[in-house]
Design a protein around this ligand. Structure first.
Ligand code: CAA
Ligand code: NAI
Length: 707
């Protein structure tokens, strides 16, 4: 029939198999080929019913996202999906959609155009378009409420989370769950319905009467909270709402209009960039294709503190047995109590079954000795941040671990090569830098030392996926990618308060920009003592005569470490409610005046530019140094480790959207005003701006060169 669609027959049932690896996306030619098959089968008198099924790992993952990028760049849309859906629904023979893997976006829209749907037990369906900054654009917002009811449709279209087979059946999206062979089950179902009148989803209006203004009001409120700053979720709600008051065709027309508005938005470009950026991170140039990741069957973690506890949970969650070692019974008990409390919290919220918690706890072996470490495939060190201690621990574990065991440090800033020098296996030593809380945050920086082997890197990249993290390869420098960029970002936040902005001004401006929290609020949450300890470790590297923030050390000397002590940049009550701390504001003002810093009122726009451009400029430097492989890797780090707003695409993509010439001009302005030591523009950024290029174009050139 075509390379991507096959039409075969089993007695009186025609089977249309979509085979467009890897995920059966509806790329060029696929909808047309399905339509051809539907029309051919539909007009064949020997056919009683038609089953549509996907080959490989999934049904249909949706429209081909790369096509959207081309359309936004000016290519003419193909508009082949709507004729396909019309042809399916109008088919004279019942069309049964057989779903395994995922039916997402356009994939679910195709499925809903069918007359019936059967689903494999482990499969999922969803309308995840909002995650790409668009809304369902091929009748999804009009067909889904007709099958699933208004509340479910609003939830799925506005928030984009897929649902499992059981939920899909209960809500009316599918007609049957098939245990065992899906095709056989679908054919059996087809025979049952072959001679019955085929229901058309577009005409099933009974569930539209479930409409209630409260559903839409609640969804809008939730979108403003959990999808703050994003336009697509609100557009999706509007489109579903339209289904309740407009006939099907008019609802579809409104959906198409809203879809178009979303598609041409910067938010959509940014979110699509984020989608592909996340998938590009695992492509590491120079690692031979025949390098096989090792299987990680057993893990061990050293230190059960803030990070060690979260890392231990991450392994237990992924089904990997894990030993966690501490130095004292008290610290071990405290660490285990926190782990237990975290799991119990999830059980209480209904996010985790008690049995699952018990299984996870059973995978964790708390202990004070190195017993069993000889069987571990990876050992992750998460002890206090200090080189002497890290080296001592690495020497100890090197002596015990089997030769194939990977030794990973969770250090935030320290030199991986120096840590590796304490072992006799530098090839198996690298950084595994998790982010707090480690069991929640998706980012894992995998830090490559000078001698780190391809095998160790490939293993950790594969392991990251298994741990449900996004692994990003980083070079070895102080702070790697994320924390090195955080330095200038936090520096500017502190300079701004010294120059006259209030703590609340700085936090609010960055929150309004879209960050989950402002920089000084984040410092208060992480603990000001953390940075203090690091500054002490690296004080010898400070350059004389270069301006340093003045107040954070003073706050620490006063015992004000942020949320954990109730006071820091702001003050916090016992319920963590935040309010300005007048004493801190006075301290800032007094310290700044004593240092001769001129105080003035500062607008939100300058706060954002100072903080974000500091990130971008440092990002450009570490890109040029090869610490990050791609600009998009830096974006992945900031989106997944620092809650940078996804709809801005990450700091480097954001720079592209402003225009690198404008970024450069502003950097030069800051350089003139605040000095070249801190603000001289990165040479790479200058070159790109000078030649009219972008960070994205640089990534594309590198990908093309790598083949
Ligand atoms: N279009 C183009 N490429 C896609 C794709 C899509 N819809 N979905 C996945 N891919 C590609 C990925 O880029 C990746 O390519 P590389 O191997 O070259 O990196 C490959 O397929 C495999 O993807 P994953 O690594 O993500 O594989 P996974 O097994 O972890 O996840 C998945 C599979 C759940 C389907 C996941 O890829 C996913 O969520 N895809 C996006 C689904 C989506 O958003 N669909 C809606 C599209 S918009 C739409 O359909 C609009 C409409 O209404 C018409
Ligand atoms: P923490 O102080 O909460 O925990 C450290 C734990 O290590 C303590 O419980 C201590 O008893 C234990 N420990 C010390 N020496 C040990 C030894 N020889 N054997 C076994 N256990 C030992 O510290 P935290 O915050 O968990 O930091 C750990 C590491 O993770 C540091 O390198 C830090 O830089 C890094 N990190 C911290 C992040 C954070 O947000 N806290 C984020 C990312 C990395």
């Amino acid at each position: 029939m075509s390379e991507t669609v096959r039409l075969t027959r089993q007695e009186e049932i025609d089977i249309i198999t979509i085979d467009n690896p890897p995920v059966n996306a509806l790329g060029p030619g696929v909808p047309e080929a399905i339509q051809g098959a539907i029309e051919s089968a539909g007009s064949d008198p020997g056919v009683n019913a038609i089953v549509v099924i996907g080959a490989g790992r999934t049904f249909i993952a949706g429209a081909d996202i790369r096509e959207f990028v081309k359309i936004v760049r000016g290519e003419k849309p193909r508009r082949t999906l709507l004729p396909l859906l019309t042809a399916i629904e109008a088919c004279a023979k019942p069309v049964i959609m057989a779903i395994h893997g995922q039916a997402l976006g356009g994939g679910l829209e195709v499925a809903m155009a069918g007359h019936y749907r059967v689903i494999a037990a482990g499969a999922q369906v969803g309308q995840p378009e909002v995650k790409l900054g668009i809304i369902p654009g091929a009748t999804g917002t009009q067909r889904l409420p007709r099958l699933a009811g208004i509340a479910k449709a609003v939830e799925m279209c506005a928030f984009g989370e897929p649902i499992g087979a059981g939920d899909a059946l209960a809500s009316g999206i599918v007609d049957r769950i098939v245990d065992g062979d899906l095709l056989a089950g679908a054919i059996a179902f087809a025979r049952e319905v072959a001679h019955m009148p085929a229901p058309r989803t577009s005409q099933r209006n009974s569930r539209l009467s479930e409409s209630d203004p409260a559903i839409f009001a609640a969804a809008r409120q939730q979108a403003q909270k959990t999808k703050r700053g994003q336009t697509a979720p609100l557009a999706a709600i509007e489109a579903v709402e339209a289904a309740t008051r407009l006939p099907f065709d008019e609802g579809c027309a409104l959906e198409a209009k809203l879809f178009g508005e979303c598609l041409y938005s910067t938010q959509c470009r940014a979110l699509i960039h984020a989608f592909f950026a996340e998938r590009a991170v695992s492509k590491i140039p120079g690692i031979p294709v025949d390098i096989q990741p090792r299987e990680i069957r057993r893990a061990a973690v050293i230190g059960a503190g803030t990070m060690g506890g979260g890392i231990t949970m991450t392994y237990a969650n992924a089904g990997i047995p894990v030993i966690v070692k501490e130095t004292s019974q008290e610290a071990l008990d405290r660490g285990m109590a926190t782990i237990r409390k975290n799991y119990a919290g999830s059980v209480k919220k209904g996010k985790l079954a008690q049995a699952a918690m018990d299984e996870r706890m059973a995978r964790i072996t708390p202990q004070l000795s190195y017993a069993g470490f000889e069987d571990a495939d990876i050992i992750v060190e998460a002890v206090f941040e200090g080189m002497a201690l890290k080296k001592q621990v690495f020497a100890e574990i090197d002596a015990i671990a089997k030769p194939s065991c990977i030794l990973a440090s969770n250090t935030s800033y320290l030199d991986i090569d120096e840590i590796a020098s304490a072992t006799g296996r530098a090839g198996m030593v690298l950084g595994n830098h998790f982010f707090s809380p480690a069991n929640v945050m998706r980012l894992l920086e995998i830090v490559r030392g000078e001698a780190t082997s391809h095998e160790a890197i490939a293993t950790c990249m594969a392991l990251a996926r298994k741990l449900k993290k996004v692994g990003v390869l980083a070079g070895n420098c102080r702070g790697f990618i994320g924390n090195r960029m955080l330095g200038p970002y936090l520096r500017e936040a502190q300079f701004l308060v010294e120059e006259g902005a209030t703590v609340a001004d700085v936090n609010q401006a960055m929150y309004d920009f879209g960050m989950a929290m402002g920089p000084l609020a984040m410092s208060d949450l992480a603990g000001l003592d953390v940075g203090w300890r690091i500054r002490k470790e690296f004080r010898h590297l400070e350059r004389p005569g270069v301006r340093q923030p003045l107040v954070a050390d003073l706050l620490c000397e006063m015992g004000r470490y942020g949320q954990k002590t109730g006071r820091g940049w702001s003050q916090y009550d016992e319920n963590r409610n935040v309010s300005p701390d007048p004493e801190t504001e006075t301290l800032i003002e007094k310290t700044a005046r004593a240092a001769g810093i001129e105080r003035r009122s500062i607008e939100a726009g300058e706060i954002v530019d100072r903080c974000v451009l500091a990130l971008i400029n440092e990002g450009a430097k570490l890109l040029e140094e090869g610490i990050a492989l791609r600009a998009s890797d830096i974006d992945v780090v900031y989106l997944n480790g620092y809650a940078f707003p996804a709809w801005r695409g990450g700091p480097m993509f954001y720079a592209d959207t402003i225009g690198l010439d404008r970024v450069l001009a502003r950097l030069e302005e800051f350089e003139t005003r605040h000095g070249g030591e801190l603000w001289s523009p990165a040479p790479l950024l200058k070159r790109l701006a000078g030649s009219g290029k972008t960070f994205s174009s640089l990534d594309q050139e590198a990908a093309a060169a790598a083949g």
